[in-house]
Design a protein around this ligand. Structure first.
Ligand code: OSB
Ligand code: MG
Length: 376
């Protein structure tokens, strides 16, 4: 397949409420959306970096830069029949997994459309729905947190993840546990603790948490391996896992017992599938993480989360949990059993609304044959 044109859109979409983690706060979702055109088809992708280089070193602007200077020239020059061709074409670019993943998502959308299949089938997934939960940001007070959790439970979510930070960890998690003794509950520290904080983390060991996500630094598999034996609660790594190789290192060292898979963080869907397969062969549970994606990235995550090794609920909530108005025509809605339905149309199976995309776009650029082609 030869790509004829590539469009980049730097968009900004307000969240329904601010999202606060231990190390940064997001008020709106800025990201780079990729559109590819080939053989009369359009493929869509989303690059998931945050604005402020807090979750990882990538930002919206580095995504744009790496796409413009390196990835797009590679894509326009190559004949890309499948993911292996794309990975080979961009292998000379070190790092920048989210920039690569956004482009790869748009390519998968095209490959699946060309095959007349939903993305789910192309990646090897099955079933019509995937189990999901909500990631709840740090709230101004514990009372507000309890109210927020109640709100999500009332909507039908059956698994809650709490963002924690020093001073808003043990007490918050214990308060939610007291209010909901049987709730599937987990916490995410986003790399804010150090090994010396082990006692603080041990204090959450009797709360019946499903897992504690990324307690220590993003580059610190070694100290995670020292921490895990001190905890009953399984550690799940997020930021530390940027490839299948890191997955192997973390599991061989005993740094965690569960892996959070975000295709965006590991350079794309192909590497996400390799991590899934590696973990499944070793009975290590995996689940789909999220980066507060628009409906484009959400559609991709839902499809990949339908692979059989995704045995824990994903951070892929309904569109309304994030946005009053999404860029896709039919928002994702929560089913009564705390699942999202997997799209069944060809490719990502979602329709982008040009008028919304136009309204939220701050910067647009087209590369390739038709540099000034209209949006739709
Ligand atoms: O650490 O899992 C994380 C959002 C942005 C960046 C990092 C993380 C998150 C979330 C939100 O927890 C998950 C979602 O998309 O609902
Ligand atoms: Mg996380």
């Amino acid at each position: 397949m030869r790509i004829e044109d590539v469009d980049l859109f730097h968009i900004c979409l307000p969240y329904v409420s601010p999202f606060q983690t231990s190390r940064w706060t997001e008020l709106d979702h800025e990201c780079v959306i990729v559109r590819l055109r080939a053989d009369g088809l359009s493929g869509w992708g989303e690059c998931c970096a945050t604005q402020d280089a807090a979750y990882s070193y990538e930002t919206v602007k580095t995504n744009w830069l790496i796409l413009e200077d390196f990835i797009i020239p590679d894509v326009l020059a190559a004949d890309l029949a499948g993911p292996a061709d794309f990975e080979a074409a961009v292998r000379h670019i070190t790092g920048h997994p989210m920039a690569k993943a956004g482009m790869q998502m748009a390519l998968w959308d095209l490959w699946a459309q060309q095959a007349g299949k939903p993305l789910q089938k192309l990646v090897g997934g099955s079933g019509d729905r995937v189990a999901v939960g909500v990631s709840v940001g740090i709230q101004p007070t514990t009372e507000k947190l309890l109210e927020t959790v109640d709100g999500y439970l009332a909507q039908g979510y059956r698994r809650i993840k709490l963002k924690i930070k020093p001073g808003r960890d043990v007490n918050d998690a214990a308060a939610v546990r007291r209010a909901h003794p049987d709730l599937r509950l987990q916490v995410d520290a986003n790399s804010v603790y150090r090994l010396e904080d082990a006692e603080r983390l041990k204090a959450m060991d009797d709360l019946g948490l499903l897992l504690i996500e990324q307690p220590l630094a993003e580059d610190d598999i070694i100290d995670h391996a020292k921490l895990q034996p001190q905890l009953k609660t399984p550690i799940c790594l997020d930021e530390s896992i940027t490839s299948a190789t890191h997955t192997r290192w973390a599991l061989e060292l005993g740094a965690c017992r569960i892996i959070n898979i975000k295709p965006a963080r590991v350079g794309g869907i192909a590497e996400a599938i390799r991590i899934h397969d590696y973990c499944r062969a070793r009975n290590v549970p995996v689940w789909m993480g999220g980066m507060l994606e628009t409906g484009i990235g959400r559609a991709s995550n839902v499809a990949v989360a339908s692979l059989p090794g995704f045995t824990l609920p994903g951070d892929i909530s309904a569109s309304a949990r994030y946005y009053a108005e999404d860029v896709i025509a039919e928002p994702f809605e929560l089913n009564a059993d705390s699942t999202l339905s997997v799209p069944t149309g060809p490719g990502l199976g979602v329709k982008v609304r040009p008028e919304v995309l136009r309204r939220v776009t701050r910067r647009r650029k087209t590369f390739g044959k038709h540099a000034d082609a209209p949006l739709d």
